[in-house]
Design a protein. Structure first.
Length: 245
C-alpha cells in the first residue's frame, strides 16, 4: 500500500479519534453538571443549619427570660403580701415603690419575650422556606442523576462502536505509518494529520518549503511538516475518503 492510501486511512482514523476524544471528555464532564446543584444544596443546608442554631439560642434566651419573669412575679407576690401587713405610711410607700419597680422590670422582660417570640417565628418561617428549597434541589439532583446515567450509558455504547471501528481501521494501516501517527497524536490530539492550504501547514500555519510542496503530490511519499512534525495531506485526499464513505 502506498503512502497516499495510508494517509486516506489515517484521515478516517483521526476523525474516529476526534469522536472518541469528545465522547470521553463528555463522559468525564457529565458528573460535573451535578456539581453546581450539589454546591447549592450544601449552601442551603448550611443556611438552614445556621438558622436552626440561631433559633436554638433564641429559645434558650426565651427560657431564661421566662425563668427571670417567674422569679420577679414571685418577688412581686411576696411584696404584695408584705404590703398588706405594713403598719406605717412610710413602710407602705417603700414597699409600694418596690412593687412598682418589679412591675416595670416584669414589663420589660415580657416585652423581650414577645420580641423573642416574633423573631423565632420569623426564623422558623425562613427555615421552612430553606427546607422547601432543599427539597426542590434534592428532586432536581435525583432527576439530573438519572439523566446523566442515561447519557453515560449512551456514550459508552457509542464509544464501544467507535473503538471497534478503530480496531478494524488500525489493522488496515501499515504498521510504521500507524505508529508514527499515534506518536504524533499524543502531542497533537485531533490534529496529528492536517491539510495543506496555500502552501501552509494547517497545524502550525507555517509556510512549507518548496521541496515539501513538490513532494506532497507524490503518492509514495509520507510528508511531514518540518516545523511541527505533523503529517500533511492535500484537501482533495480528504474529499476522496468522504466519497468512499
Amino acid at each position: 500500500m502506498n503512502a497516499k492510501e495510508n494517509i486516506k486511512l489515517l484521515i478516517n482514523m483521526q476523525k474516529l479519534d476526534i469522536k472518541i476524544f469528545r465522547l470521553n471528555k463528555k463522559k468525564k464532564e457529565l458528573p460535573a453538571k451535578l456539581k453546581s446543584l450539589k454546591n447549592k444544596l450544601a449552601e442551603q443546608q448550611k443556611l438552614i443549619d445556621d438558622k436552626q442554631h440561631v433559633i436554638k439560642n433564641a429559645l434558650v434566651q426565651r427560657n431564661s427570660l421566662e425563668v427571670d419573669l417567674a422569679s420577679k412575679a414571685e418577688v412581686r407576690k411576696k411584696l404584695e403580701v408584705k404590703l398588706m401587713a405594713v403598719r406605717t405610711n412610710q413602710e407602705y410607700k417603700a414597699v409600694e415603690k418596690e412593687i412598682f419597680g418589679i412591675k416595670a422590670d416584669c414589663s420589660l422582660v415580657e416585652d423581650k419575650i414577645l420580641e423573642n417570640m416574633v423573631e423565632v417565628e420569623k426564623l422558623q418561617n425562613e427555615a421552612k422556606e430553606f427546607e422547601r428549597e432543599i427539597e426542590s434541589l434534592q428532586k432536581q439532583i435525583k432527576a439530573k442523576e438519572k439523566e446523566i446515567e442515561k447519557e453515560i450509558v449512551l456514550a459508552e455504547k457509542e464509544l464501544a462502536t467507535l473503538n471497534s471501528d478503530r480496531s478494524t481501521k488500525t489493522s488496515e494501516i501499515d504498521a510504521p505509518h500507524l505508529k508514527r501517527y499515534e506518536r504524533i497524536a499524543k502531542r497533537f490530539p485531533g490534529t496529528a494529520i492536517v491539510p495543506v492550504l496555500d502552501k501552509t501547514c494547517q497545524g502550525c500555519h507555517m509556510l512549507l518549503t518548496p521541496q515539501v510542496i513538490s513532494n506532497i503530490h507524490n503518492i509514495d511519499l509520507f510528508n511531514i511538516c518540518e516545523s511541527c512534525s505533523r503529517i500533511l495531506y492535500l484537501p482533495e485526499e480528504e474529499s476522496e475518503t468522504e466519497k468512499k464513505e
